[in-house]
Write a protein that binds this ligand. Structure first.
Ligand code: GRG
Length: 303
């Protein structure tokens, strides 16, 4: 299999899609802010607009297009994923979690806006994201049952069987060495569930066939794990300045793909997962150069 992503330059594609995603996020924020007490507005703005990669909404949009979805209505649905992601980072950085001072190259939200405002602004984003998913799907003219399924997809990925459950397993894992299958299970939930939901939601919004949905699901599952392996590799080998956040795995004595397998084997596994993701798409007849490029980007990014 040829590596890095065919004809699409992932960084150019990401930059264009990031701009469109930012515009939708800004619109959503302007709608929310008037009802929010002024003291909370700063934390909300800081957490949502700080410069992330916007990978989850971009994957959602790319999946939508891969199954033939047209038009820009999808961004309004796709940003619901970024709103959940933004809250998770705000909470993850708190003193009771990772106690981080740096995120996306900037001081973390609680360091700027205070802990109480950050906890509440993060909590506020959960219902806001669910409403955004519903309204985004409805504004695309999707039937009510599909809108319901899309909200269910988002909330399930963010919940106890997904991101929040995975975060708790991660905290427990700080106290002992995990096996490879425990580590896979933890990351399938903590990071993988929302990434996978990004693909599934794009596919469902674009009226994917069952075969296309299954292929995008398999792609999402594979790149979810590959993403985490890449994250562990970056945490072990990069600096706070390059990452824009503080590497923390070693300090927290965490089990990671690097502590379990070493840098070389972890990198090999990440590439194998990406190859599997690309094969899943091709096997279902999905012509999706953007998704192929994004899969390689996930393991070759530098932050
Ligand atoms: C209710 C206190 C409380 C916690 C909720 C916080 C939480 C549970 C779960 C968070 C889990 C988490 C932070 C998962 C994401 C891990 C991760 C690798 C994030 C980085 O994602 P990128 O690289 O970041 O896409 P950018 O900055 O580009 O958006």
């Amino acid at each position: 299999m040829s590596s890095p992503g065919g004809q699409v330059d992932p960084r150019g594609f990401l930059a264009r899609e990031r701009d469109r995603t930012e515009a939708s996020l800004q619109t959503a924020l302007e709608e929310i802010l008037p009802a929010v007490p002024r003291e909370l507005a700063g934390a909300l703005r800081h957490g949502v607009t700080s410069p992330g990669k916007r990978l989850r909404p971009i994957l959602c949009v790319a999946a939508y297009r891969a199954v033939g979805g047209q038009g820009d209505g999808i961004y309004s649905l796709a940003i619901s994923l970024e709103l959940i992601h933004a809250y998770s980072l705000m909470h993850d950085d708190l003193p009771c979690m990772d106690d981080a001072e740096l995120r996306r190259g900037r001081p973390t939200t609680h360091r700027v806006e205070g802990e109480r405002a950050t906890v509440l602004a993060g909590a506020l984003l959960i219902p806001v994201a669910a409403r955004q998913a519903w309204e985004g799907a409805a504004s695309m003219g999707l039937p009510a049952e599909r809108c319901r399924l899309l909200v269910e997809e988002l909330t399930r990925a963010a919940g106890g069987g997904g991101m929040v459950g995975g975060q708790f397993l991660d905290l427990l894992g700080e106290e002992r060495a995990l096996t490879a299958s425990e580590l896979d299970d933890l990351h399938r939930r903590k990071t993988g569930a929302l990434l996978r939901a990004s693909l599934r939601m794009g596919a469902m919004a674009g009226s994917a066939t069952p075969g296309e949905l299954e292929a995008l699901d398999r792609y999402g599952e594979a790149i979810g794990l590959a993403f985490q392996i890449a994250d562990d590799l970056l945490d072990a080998t990069s600096s706070a300045q390059a990452l824009g956040k503080n590497p923390s795995d070693e300090e927290l004595n965490k089990s990671t793909y690097v502590t379990l397998f070493g840098v070389e084997e972890a990198s090999r596994r990440a590439r194998e997962l990406v190859e599997g993701a690309v094969s899943a798409l091709r096997g279902a007849g999905l012509e999706a150069p953007e998704l192929e490029a994004l899969a390689w980007y996930v393991v070759e990014r530098d932050r």
